[in-house]
Design a protein around this ligand. Structure first.
Ligand code: SAM
Length: 383
């Protein structure tokens, strides 16, 4: 068997094992919600897309995130972090879903250069595979920095001051898919008969309440999605943050744009080898399933958790406000490096790349300073 055949064989076995888990679950409980299906596809220990050894990030994987493009994104965030950390007592940073650990690596390196290291840098990561990769990356940091990094398996239990940060984590939370038909909301469920298939059922009361609270005005047969229990998730993460800031970066829109009548098939999408598709019953466990973020929902969840919403802007404006353009180096010193950095800057900031599709939302608790990242353009009024 050639190497290629053997790889295909092992991927097929992997998919089959995960399919078996899902069909077993359906056999036990009857059909499952799409959120349950998505959770298993992404996070089933050892088999889910994020939990297994798939490449995922970078050229060899399925998608590329801002910290994986180079160090500009993390170094710019470090400048924002420095300003915030300087206002806090014994501050810590908590990063959710740290991917390969690249953001942590570059951010701490920059904070060290700025003489502004936090007391601790905690990483809360639900994927055992990624936790391992993060550890390998962080191990190459100098001891004085590395010792500050600690992995935790649940949100911090003691009170603290600090920063909570997540890039592209909310888009990876499982979503409920709904259809609006005959003046009511129907929940998409996943069943199995020879193949996976979907069906529409009545929503359980709790979820229906969350959906109705959005007060959407939708045309007939409109299909979209939402993250269930977002407030509870945010509450669990921020409950012991006494003073400080939460920064989430992700692709998404404010609610009016998210549930626009023309976006009538929602934003759910799969990523496989740098191509998008809508076949969430294909490549099970081998491809990412994700949806855009409703930033109004994040702001509402913040409100429920007693957090203030300080700012909302595009990734481009956030990074430019902090002076990302000043990190390019000098073209006379090393032209090829300068060219590489300019390309990275363009990817992060151009509207046709990640500049406008990605947004940054800033939340705070007992923290009264303005954030420099929102100085150029704060779009809070859109939420
Ligand atoms: C799209 S990746 C982004 C990774 C990284 N932040 C980056 O920008 O490269 C999503 C990450 O979130 C993690 N994740 C998903 N749900 C999570 C949760 N509830 N708590 C913590 N991490 C989570 C995944 O395991 C993965 O590391």
């Amino acid at each position: 068997m050639s190497q290629q055949d053997s790889l295909q064989h092992s991927l097929a076995r992997h998919t089959q094992a995960l399919k078996d888990k899902i069909t077993e679950k359906i056999a036990q409980t009857g059909d499952i919600s799409f959120a349950e299906y998505m959770n298993i596809c992404l996070y089933q220990p050892g088999l889910g897309y994020y939990s297994s050894g798939m490449h995922k990030f970078g050229k060899e994987g399925d998608f590329i995130t801002s910290p994986e493009l180079g160090d500009l994104f993390a170094r710019t965030f470090a400048m924002q972090f420095q300003q915030i950390l300087s206002q806090l007592v014994k501050p810590v940073i908590l990063e959710l879903g740290a991917g390969t650990g690249q953001f942590c690596f570059d951010c701490l390196t920059e904070l060290d250069n700025l003489n502004s290291l936090p007391e601790k840098y905690y990483i809360l990561e639900i994927s055992a595979d990624l936790k391992e990769r993060q550890k390998q990356k962080i191990n190459s940091l100098p001891d004085s920095i590395r010792q500050r990094v600690e992995w935790i398996s649940q949100p911090l239990q003691e009170k603290y001051e600090g920063i909570i940060f997540a890039n592209e984590v909310i888009d990876a939370l499982a979503v409920e898919v709904f259809k609006y038909s005959n003046n009511q909301y129907l929940q998409m469920r996943v069943d199995y008969e020879e193949n996976f298939k979907t069906k529409w059922s009545e929503f359980p009361q709790g979820l229906l309440k969350q959906l109705k609270a959005k007060e959407l005005n939708l045309p007939e047969n409109y299909v979209s999605e939402f993250v269930p229990n977002l407030s509870a998730w945010l509450q669990s993460i921020t409950q012991n943050l006494q003073k400080g800031v939460v920064l989430f970066v992700d692709y998404g829109y404010e609610r009016d744009a998210y549930y626009h009548s023309q976006r009538n098939q929602g934003t759910l999408v799969c990523h496989h080898r740098h191509k998008s598709n809508f076949e969430y019953f294909e490549n099970i466990g081998l491809q990412d399933i994700t949806s855009f973020v409703d930033f109004t929902a994040v702001a509402e969840a913040a409100d429920d958790c007693g957090l203030d919403v300080e700012g909302y802007t595009t990734q481009a404006c956030f990074l430019m406000s902090l002076g990302i353009q000043n990190l390019l180096g000098d073209s006379d010193d090393n032209y090829s490096k300068y060219y590489e950095k300019t390309t990275e800057l363009k990817k992060l900031t151009l509207p046709s790349e990640m500049g406008e599709k990605f947004k940054v939302i800033g939340l705070s608790r007992n923290f009264n300073q303005e954030f420099s990242g929102f100085a150029m353009m704060n779009l809070l009024h859109l939420l």
